[in-house]
Design a protein around this ligand. Structure first.
Ligand SMILES: *Cc1c(COP(=O)(O)O)cnc(C)c1O
Length: 366
């Protein structure tokens, strides 16, 4: 069996280190808003090149808190991609604003900057570009549109921690960047977790109050906030894993290079990496009209594969009220039908990668 992802392999060599980090938190009996979280915030702010980082309970909450801090709410519109995980638009809806979708680029699967302008109205307040599968969006183009129309930009970097665009880390390219530490993400905790990063003291402060019921001083509430903290156990585990992230991302890139090199003669669209981009390959997805047959063929050979995402967000039942129809976003809809993610994680062995390569080749030769 070649697994799609195997977190046990990542844990095994780190077991002692993680256990002692967890033990340190248990001994302190300080579980919420303590030193572990503060140190992690500092390290992540430094790594991404921003002034502030705020730990939150999940990536979904990071997106919500970011939009809220920017003043996005009922009556506003926020432009995003329909080809992403639900949380990207779910966070927009939770603020009371309306998600407005724009189609993706067929090679990068990311928001197509040229599709944004026609979606802007007097109610548009922000853009949420999603760095899908770990590849940064064309942020230069997106920031030009945003500046021209006075819009905020909140990066959904949940799949892209450590990805770079022209030497700059994602999360630091817009107004606020959001990360997820969900266990399957490139930097994953032992449960839910998230963080937002920004260089604005004002938005960072709002997020700090928001995650703690709008309170700075105990029992004094400036506004109605929420409970959304990154807990100390998560932060301790993440501090251990952060040390290995660069190595893991390099291993992912090496596997991706090998896949792409061998697939280049096949009738298969492989991940496109625009010049100046250094993606993290959270997922390695190919495109083929024979997607379902390929997936079944791989399964028979004991190779796992998976579809991200089978249904674009504008066609989700919960968004019926937005008035979208099949055919509104042809690139997203076609991609959803043809995309297939292959096994991708740092510990995937060379023989395993070889088996995937051989099986995919065999499928297209037969
Ligand atoms: C995982 C993910 C999120 C949400 O993160 P959680 O920590 O699971 O809440 C948001 N956007 C994208 C693109 C994601 O992949």
């Amino acid at each position: 069996m070649v697994p799609f992802l195997d977190l046990v392999r990542q844990y095994r060599p780190l077991r002692q280190e993680i256990k002692s980090a967890v033990e340190r938190v248990l001994r302190s009996q300080r579980f919420v808003l303590g030193d572990e979280g503060r140190v992690l915030e500092k390290k992540i702010a430094r790594k991404t090149g921003v002034k502030f980082a705020v730990g939150l309970a999940s990536g979904s909450d990071a997106l919500y808190v970011a939009l809220w801090a920017l003043g996005v709410g009922p009556g506003d519109e926020v432009i995003t991609t329909p080809f992403t995980f639900f949380a990207s638009s779910g966070a927009i809806s939770r603020t009371g604003a309306r998600p407005v979708f724009a189609d993706i680029d067929e090679r990068t699967f990311n928001l197509d900057p040229s599709q944004i302008a026609s979606k802007i109205t007097s109610r548009t307040k922000a853009i949420v570009p999603v760095h899908l599968f770990g590849l940064a969006c064309d942020m230069d183009a997106i920031m030009v549109v945003a500046k021209k129309h006075g819009l905020f930009v909140v990066e959904d970097a949940a799949q892209a921690f450590g990805a770079e665009s022209r030497g700059r880390q994602v999360g630091a390219l817009g107004d606020i960047g959001c990360f997820s530490f969900y266990p399957t993400k490139n930097l994953g905790g032992a449960g839910d977790g998230g963080m937002l990063v920004t260089s604005s003291p004002q938005w960072a402060k709002k997020a700090v109050l928001m995650r703690d019921h709008g309170s700075q001083t105990k029992y004094r509430h400036e506004f109605i906030g929420m409970n959304s903290r990154l807990d100390e156990l998560q932060a301790a585990v993440l501090l251990v894993k952060l040390k290995y992230l660069e190595r893991w991302n390099a291993q992912r890139r090496a596997i991706a290079r090998r896949y792409t090199e061998v697939f280049k003669d096949l009738p298969l669209q492989t991940p496109f990496v625009p010049k100046g981009h250094d993606p993290t390959f959270h997922l390695y997805s190919v495109l083929t009209k024979k997607r379902d047959a390929l997936s079944r063929f791989l399964a028979k050979k004991g190779i796992a594969s998976s579809v991200y995402y089978p249904s674009p967000l504008h066609l989700q039942p919960c968004y019926r009220g937005l008035g979208y129809h099949p055919g509104d976003f042809p690139v997203s809809e076609r991609t959803a039908k043809e995309i297939l993610a292959l096994p991708m994680f740092p510990e995937l062995s060379r023989p395993e990668t070889g088996r995937v390569l051989a099986a995919v080749r065999e499928f297209f030769r037969s």
